[in-house]
Design a protein around this ligand. Structure first.
Ligand SMILES: [Zn+2]
Length: 876
């Protein structure tokens, strides 16, 4: 983002608005524009008188000035922060009364006695919104759509509950009206509860995106034991019946009815009973017969949680904040929750309270790490201030700020100097036996630099790397704390978060927020230079993403559809994509692998996905939530005729295939079974897996044949194997695969059938081929302990291409999925591209060409190469 001086016209406008306030030798105010809106990102260096009295009214009066292009009627006050002479009013934008997602605007005053002047203003206010605010989609449909489409894991989907909340406007283009749906349940794979804020377009029914509300850290599960054995003073409460409970009313936030610190012990109860607003009506705080809370309360982590919450409260009180919400609202903690009967080695902020697992294995109860307590509770502070969205760079700043304060709270409480070798570690005290360096979840002083260390995760991984990229930002904050000292730096970062950052900030916006806070605090020039240099040193400067080099050619810059999946044939590709902010319904795009601008193939306004092509035409799926319908469309790639509807039904469709006038798809049919359908010409579609207990997945079409993955039961055992159906004769060949093996992605290439197989269920896959009629199988790459951990697969007549999770546990770009290729006749797998980030879903084209989604350069792009890389510098 460029920094530019105010224009002459705007300067004149300013002078008219505030006659005679700027002395001739004052530097002129600076205005930084924001793309896509007429409201500036920041106006600073102002010195204009403002109304006395109510700060909200004064701020609205100031923003009524035409230079802001803001209608004050569209501003809802979120809160006023007073920091010495500084007074900041934070507003949320409303569009026709509906909240605008992530749009906050702030006005900064300086007070001198009764006098108040405006010194700056900025944030996000979207001036180009015109979207209507009457929903076409019902709350019930929105709930169904969110549940069925925005949860990736199938088992998580089955268990999830959806509850529709209020309408919001998603700020893209002219705006998207969306329902906010809260999804709760569990994620069996990750072993943690599920709590998502999901958004569904209230006009089209398109599922937009989902944000993880749980701010979770840490790994593994097991059983728990005692905490560190330190004695601490606790603020507790004696009940009328004489018992004592973990209820702290001794803090300034207690107002006689509200403002307590309350700690509950779930006693191994399921986490889902505690998710949501507040605590269950019948829950009672941890109780003891004497004021001494004994070893059982230490073992559960209740003592640590209660004591830690008090430390967090006092830390923020020293920064001028009354509780996590800044309004003295009660702070809740719950310890010893489980999931499906197992202890959780984890902790998270659920939007209103802290929830801690009891650890297990080598882990102590998670409340025993004060930095963990501080980290999670800081998510509460952020939620009530900057509201940083938990995806991509804004999510990484959210994590980085939580780490910064979690760490600072621990250092302050225990008087640990920053020179202590373990000072910069997060969660280093959670382990019973592992040394701090190995136990720690993160190290703020890990020296990461944006251009060099940014993990190129696609949006499918850790929401674009919110945890994995956080120390790039928090590392700069740590350096600032080392240079300026805790007192000064904590105040600075706190001011940046509460008075300058807004929900969709990227790293460079975050840097600007800290620099603006430094200016507002009146830090001397030398300290401000220290701040700027800390960000420079961590590579956070405008244009940093340009330093990320790739060896591929970009076909589409900025793929934002989280369901995007490319296909290629005859030198042309197809892929779905949404708008830069993921709010437009995804459309099908096509272009030449040789280059040039992609063109839009789909003509409808529904949500379009999963395109396939045979090189002449494309087939794809569209989804309409208002009717709960899935459709299959086709259209020639040269757009010589309009989009054609070939199927309209209610069942979910997962993939499609096309070869000439034959189209196949798989999904869940009216019989609730996963089936494969084939439609030839104008004939109605035929379920080729109609037999009871037979399921089909992943159809592939070529030369009058259909291949698919056939799944059936034999006795008690589930079997799977590739099957090839001759569409003319109806003869089917099921490839003989050993019982207990698992096959995937059967692909017809013309001369061959190729697929991947796992004999022992270890997630490592070999590659096999057969003749195109399914006979004469041969191993291309054997399964076994050295076989690749497969992510995705495709093949043509001469080469098999496979996405591989590299081995390794240290989280660097080196362990993100990389594409490899091997001759279908046999040979060794060869690395295809040296791009260091995630090489996501792909399709193989002519010869050795591959087209794939690549996360390397700070966002996800559609890219291509036409031959494998000779040798990558990372040694792979
Ligand atoms: Zn976190």
């Amino acid at each position: 983002m460029s920094w530019r001086r105010i224009t002459l016209v705007a300067a004149l406008c300013l002078a008219l608005a505030a006659p005679g306030t700027a002395a001739a030798d004052d530097p002129p105010p600076e205005v930084e524009p924001r793309a896509g809106t007429r409201a500036p990102a920041e106006v600073r260096g102002l010195s204009e008188p403002a109304q006395a009295g109510d700060p909200v009214a004064a701020a609205k009066a100031h923003l009524a000035d035409p230079r802001y292009h803001i209608d004050p009627a569209d501003l809802a006050p979120l809160g006023t922060v007073v920091d010495g002479a500084d007074e900041t009013v934070r507003f949320a934008q409303r569009h026709r009364g509906v909240p605008v997602f992530g749009a906050h605007y702030l006005v900064h005053f300086r007070k001198n006695g009764d006098r108040r002047e405006v010194v700056g203003a900025g944030g996000r206010f979207l001036t180009e919104l015109t979207v209507g605010t009457t929903p076409a989609v019902t709350r019930e449909s929105a709930a169904t759509i969110a549940r069925t489409t925005l949860i990736r894991d199938r088992r998580a989907k089955e268990s999830a509950k959806a509850e529709t909340g209020e309408l919001v406007v998603i700020p893209r283009g002219d705006g998207r009206l969306a329902w906010h749906v809260v999804l709760t349940g569990r994620e069996p794979v990750a072993g943690r509860p599920l709590l998502l804020d999901a958004y569904v377009d209230a006009h089209s029914g398109q599922p937009l995106f989902a944000v993880d509300r749980l701010r979770a850290e840490g790994p593994v599960t097991g059983t728990g034991e005692t905490v560190h054995g330190r004695s601490v003073e606790l603020n507790v409460y004696q009940r009328a019946d004489g018992a004592y409970e973990l209820r702290d009313r001794a803090r300034p936030m207690w107002d006689g009815t509200d403002g307590e610190i309350l700690t509950y012990d779930a006693q191994g109860g399921d986490v889902n009973a505690w998710l949501g607003l507040g605590v269950p009506a019948d829950a009672e705080p941890v109780r003891s017969g004497t004021p001494a809370f004994g070893s059982e309360h230490a073992a559960s982590g209740a003592v640590d949680a209660h004591w830690g919450a008090g430390q967090v409260y006092e830390f923020y009180r020293r920064l001028g904040r009354d509780g996590l919400d800044g309004q003295g609202g009660t702070m809740y903690s719950v310890v010893d929750v489980t999931m499906e009967g197992e202890p959780i080695a984890n902790a998270f902020w659920d939007g209103t309270k802290m929830i801690y697992g009891s650890g297990g294995g080598d882990y102590r109860p998670f409340a025993s790490g004060l930095d963990v307590v501080g980290h999670e509770m800081t998510h509460g502070v952020i939620e009530h201030s900057a509201g940083l969205v938990y995806i991509g760079q804004s999510g990484a700043i959210n994590e980085g700020v939580a780490d910064y304060f979690g760490n600072a709270i621990q250092l302050e409480a225990f008087g640990i100097p920053m020179t202590d070798p373990h000072a910069s570690l997060l969660g280093e005290t959670l382990c019973k036996t592992l040394p701090p360096e190995q136990c720690a979840i993160r190290d703020l002083d890990d020296g990461r630099v944006a251009g060099e260390s940014y993990l190129g995760m696609s949006i499918r991984a850790d929401y674009g790397g919110v945890h994995y990229n956080s120390t790039i930002f928090s590392g700069a904050l740590w350096d600032i704390r080392e240079a300026l000292g805790g007192a000064s730096a904590d105040r600075l970062v706190y001011k940046a978060v509460t008075e300058y950052m807004t929900p969709l900030d990227d790293f460079v916006d975050g840097r600007r927020a800290v620099e603006s806070a430094a200016r507002a605090l009146g830090l001397p020039a030398r300290d401000r230079l220290t701040v700027s240099r800390a960000f420079d040193r961590h590579g956070i400067k405008p244009g940093w993403e340009r330093a990320l080099r790739t060896d591929s050619r970009v076909l589409i810059d900025g793929i934002t559809d989280p369901y995007a999946k490319p296909d290629v044939a005859g030198g042309r590709y197809v892929v779905s994509n949404s708008s830069p902010d993921v709010v437009e319904p995804s459309q099908i795009l096509t272009g030449r692998v040789s280059g040039g601008k992609p063109v839009r193939l789909s003509e409808n306004d529904r949500w379009n996905l999963m395109p396939a092509t045979d090189g002449k035409s494309a087939a794809w799926v569209s989804f309409d939530a208002t009717r709960q319908s899935y459709r299959v469309h086709t259209r020639p790639l040269d757009r010589s005729s309009p989009e054609r509807l070939v199927h309209d039904g209610s069942g979910v469709i997962e993939t499609v295939a096309i070869d000439g006038d034959t189209i196949a798809w798989d999904g869940v049919g009216p019989d609730d079974e996963h089936s494969v359908w084939v439609k030839r010409g104008d004939a109605p579609p035929v379920d080729v897996t109609a037999a009871a207990g037979v399921h089909g997945h992943a159809p592939s079409l070529k030369g009058g044949r259909l291949a698919y993955l056939k799944v059936w039961t034999e006795g008690e055992a589930s079997r799977s194997a590739p099957a090839v159906l001759d569409l003319e004769t109806g003869a089917e060949t099921v490839v003989p695969m050993p019982q207990g093996s698992f096959s995937a992605v059967p692909t017809l290439t013309g001369r061959h059938l190729a697929w991947i197989y796992d004999e022992n269920g270890d997630g490592r896959y070999g590659i096999m081929r057969a003749a195109s009629d399914g006979t004469g199988t041969a191993v291309v790459v054997p399964d076994g302990p050295d076989a690749p951990t497969a992510y995705w697969f495709d093949a043509n007549d001469t080469f098999a291409t496979i996405g591989v999770w590299p081995d390794g546990t240290e989280v660097t770009n080196d362990i993100l999925v990389k594409i490899h290729q091997v001759p279908l006749g046999g040979g060794t797998l060869q690395r295809f591209s040296c791009n260091r980030g995630m090489q996501d879903l792909f399709a193989s084209g002519d010869g050795r060409t591959v087209v794939w989604l690549d996360g390397t350069d700070g966002n996800t792009d559609l890219v291509t190469r036409d031959r494998p890389a000779k040798r990558c510098r990372d040694g792979a």
